[in-house]
Design a protein around this ligand. Structure first.
Ligand code: NAD
Length: 358
């Protein structure tokens, strides 16, 4: 298969971690007979320095016209004082809007080799943690009207939470499709005992479930879900939820799995062109030292293969290689523990490639 991948190295540790992910993709192409070509895209602080704009239009167009986008991270202290509309993060917001990605998908997976890094008890972790949160990204209360008015000599603040059937249906489909590619269990999270928007959410999810008879649908109230994620995370396969609930639950879920350097993500819209990136930032404190953990970015590339290109075997090969390297006791500094062998960013990339098999 031929695929054109837009590559945003970005700032800080971005170039180092992306370099390793591209080497892994090259090895996958060699093993499985694919042809991946890469188009370099400047975004973030490096684009401000070079073009005076965190995402010039031609760079956005390169992304939109690609088969998918792989991103390291953007930002850093150097650009803290630039005007708000010019900040590196603005490039990221413009990229998401320009690509029309309305679904953010974040796996919460604990690698058995890193179980000690979880703040949960081993009796809970030992049952396994491996689920994805599919979060609606461009609707709901964050995008509703926000206002503060003076009434009867006190301030009153209002934020509007609104969802249309169409908005719920499109994110619902991503939830069902994601569950289809995993263990076929979808948990729809809402607050239908209180909110109208949640009652509509629930109704749309049940209407959609008729089209996905192979996926088991479960409803859960958001407060219960927050408890269940720490009490019994093994019960979840895919969680689908609205913007604010997803924002909170996905941070809770990433905490229970340990290190930020291990977690990939995808952002998807209507087409197959998605945005794949680790959840961490540009880590300027460790940039340029070859000590960053590249695994979150390498696993983002694995997500791209699975969810963007339907290359499940190739994606599994990457996950297996990561698991084998961890089994052999190799660790980057952020996941280091007693008795393990500490390696840097490029060495971790090399070891993962060495352990990649068809
Ligand atoms: P951060 O995620 O960059 O770093 C937080 C901590 O985690 C730091 O101690 C860092 O060294 C460590 N860390 C992060 N990734 C790591 C990795 N792969 N391996 C080892 N350690 C790692 O968050 P921050 O310090 O709050 O933000 C730094 C910059 O990144 C800011 O400019 C921020 O705006 C930007 N940022 C960008 C994105 C993005 O590009 N998507 C996301 C978040 C933050």
């Amino acid at each position: 298969m031929n695929k054109n991948i837009a590559v945003i190295r970005g700032d800080g540790i971005g170039p180092e971690i992306v370099e390793q992910a591209l080497k892994v993709l090259d090895k996958i192409a060699e093993l499985f007979g694919h042809n991946f070509t890469y188009s370099d895209v400047d975004m973030g602080g490096c684009a401000i320095d070079k073009w005076g704009d965190p995402l010039p239009k031609e760079m956005l167009d390169k992304c939109i016209n690609s088969d998918s986008v792989l991103l390291g991270a953007v930002g850093g202290d150097k650009w803290n004082d630039v005007p708000a509309h010019m900040r590196p993060e603005k490039g990221l917001l413009r990229l998401r809007a320009g690509m029309g990605v309305y679904s953010n998908n974040r796996p919460a997976k604990i690698w058995k080799q890193l179980a000690d890094a979880s703040p949960l008890k081993s009796s809970i972790v030992d049952k396994g943690i491996d689920f994805i949160i599919v979060r609606e990204l461009i609707g709901g209360i964050y995008f509703g009207e926000h206002k503060t008015v003076e009434e009867n000599q006190e301030k009153v603040a209002t934020d509007v939470l609104s969802y249309s059937e169409k908005e719920i249906e499109r994110i619902g489909r991503i939830g069902f499709e994601t569950a289809r590619k995993r263990n076929k269990r979808l948990c729809s999270v809402e607050k239908s005992n209180v909110l109208d928007s949640s009652r509509l959410w629930k109704a749309v999810m049940h209407r959609l479930s008729a089209e996905y008879p192979d996926v088991e649908l479960l409803d859960m109230l958001v407060d219960n879900c927050a408890m269940q994620i720490v009490k019994n995370p093994a019960q979840f396969d895919v969680i689908v939820t609205e913007n604010m609930f997803g924002d909170i639950l996905s941070d809770e879920a990433s905490m229970i799995t340990g290190s930020i350097g291990m977690i990939p993500s995808s952002s998807l819209g209507d087409g197959t062109c998605g945005l794949y990136e680790p959840i961490h930032g540009s880590a300027p404190d460790i940039a340029g030292q070859d000590i960053a953990n590249p695994i979150g970015t390498i696993l983002s590339a694995a997500m791209m293969l699975k969810y963007g290109f339907d290359m499940e075997k190739e994606s599994n090969a990457i996950e297996n290689a990561v698991s084998d390297v961890l089994d052999k006791g190799y660790r980057c500094a952020d996941i280091m523990s007693d008795g393990c062998k500490k390696v840097g960013c490029s060495e971790m990339g090399r070891l993962i490639i060495e352990n990649l098999h068809k």
